[in-house]
Design a binder for this molecule. Sequence first.
Ligand SMILES: C[S@@+](CC[C@H](N)C(=O)[O-])C[C@H]1O[C@@H](n2cnc3c(N)ncnc32)[C@H](O)[C@@H]1O
Length: 477
Amino acid sequence: MTNAATPSPSAPSDEEVGQAILDAARYGDVEDLQELTNTYGKNQLGFRGGYGGNTALHFACANGHVDCVAWLIDQGVEGCAANESGNSPLHWAVQNQHEAVVRLLLEKVENVDVLARNAFGKSVLTEGFAGKSQGILKLLLEHPSADEDALMGGEGQGQCHEGSDGGEVLKAGLQSEKKANKASGGGGEATVIHRLVLDRENDPDRVLQIRELAIEHADDPFGKAAADDTTGLGVWPAALVLAQWLVQERKELLDASTIVELGCGCAVPALAAALHGRPRALHLTDLNSETLMNARANLAMNRENFLVPETAACVHVSAMDWGDEQSYPPSAVGAVDLVLGSDLVYQKSLAPLLAQVLCRLMKPGGRFLYVAPATGRDGLEDFLKGLLDRAGLFQVSEKEAGPELLGNPLEGGGGSKEARVPRRRKRRRTALIKCFFCTLMNWPRRRLCINSTNMSSNNLCEITEARRQVDLIRVLS
Ligand SMILES: C[S@@+](CC[C@H](N)C(=O)[O-])C[C@H]1O[C@@H](n2cnc3c(N)ncnc32)[C@H](O)[C@@H]1O
């Protein structure tokens, strides 16, 4: 950068010029910036002022001034310069969710690195996962610096990379993401991050972030083998009902207990347990490898917000095949206080497998909370009957989900009122819920669509390992 003009003897100091440049960038005033550089030259365009060592580019990015960012880059300012907290201008653009600025930086700045971490260990990509913007996340994931090799910890172009702590999770996320985008033709609709408020009345600020991906091989999502079943890449309505049931009505089951979620998919109920309770041990289990990667990514997105920080150390994501006892988490065998499950039985062959899992995992007095659609699930009746047949081992109670559990949990959905189902006007409201959820949850876009599934037709099933007479209750409205 060169001086365009020689300042007069009464010219302001470099610091004063630099400060004026920072102010102009903060307010996005390109004309002011041009005038300042025409008069005093470009030397102070990289000025770092005030607290924190921020540059003009930081301020323009943080405030979403696209024209100003473009102008600064054209003048040759350093695009990756980090401030004293290690945040680059890209960090700030992502943290403040300015998609157009993020796009510009990724296109124009040389050597930009979405895996560069700030002093708090957070990469730009991590910030992208934490934010609400799908567009920003997609831009970051598609950038060459998010290449899988780079995520493995190879040499990079920017500052530092995700190491062994976050790298695996992000790599998992990336692989899932890329496959999902491929599955959807790269249209960007394959990934959704939901922000869910599960107990609006008592804990309205507690938000669970859940990423769901396009269900792969949509023509045959169940696959040939159990491990090929990709239905867990999506969030099923039963999972939302179970999560709300758990935190609104069964919170006491969460504390100091060993919990296993079976076929966890996106892990909404299990992570809800960690967000609202104090489990002693929490196992997120599934079989499909893509689903497990996504569950890990969802764990990573929420672990900083668990009710108690100690929970983060006792959550395990593991591959578990109901048909293979060797795969059951050893520490969970015969030790589980609470088993969670939603929409797990949809083929007759699954019924005996699940019953076997419950027998092996639950300890005497343990409990299995299960939510399933009221109709359209092959094998569900066999499953319940199978439990009843087990020599009085299980006590089963079944009821229809009440309106209190059918609230729309999406943050900002205002769900409690519109989406609940007051008994008097049930029919009309039920129809409303279907539309509401379909729109907000992107369900119509998902390739797999089981029409009989919706929030309002999920039954709750409570199964206690009682070692006494079976008690089956059907509460029909
Ligand atoms: C319809 S999805 C439900 C996912 C999640 N519970 C929900 O409600 O969103 C069924 C889940 O069961 C898992 N699953 C199916 N067969 C399994 C098996 N043999 N062992 C372990 N998990 C299995 C699938 O991988 C899938 O995640």
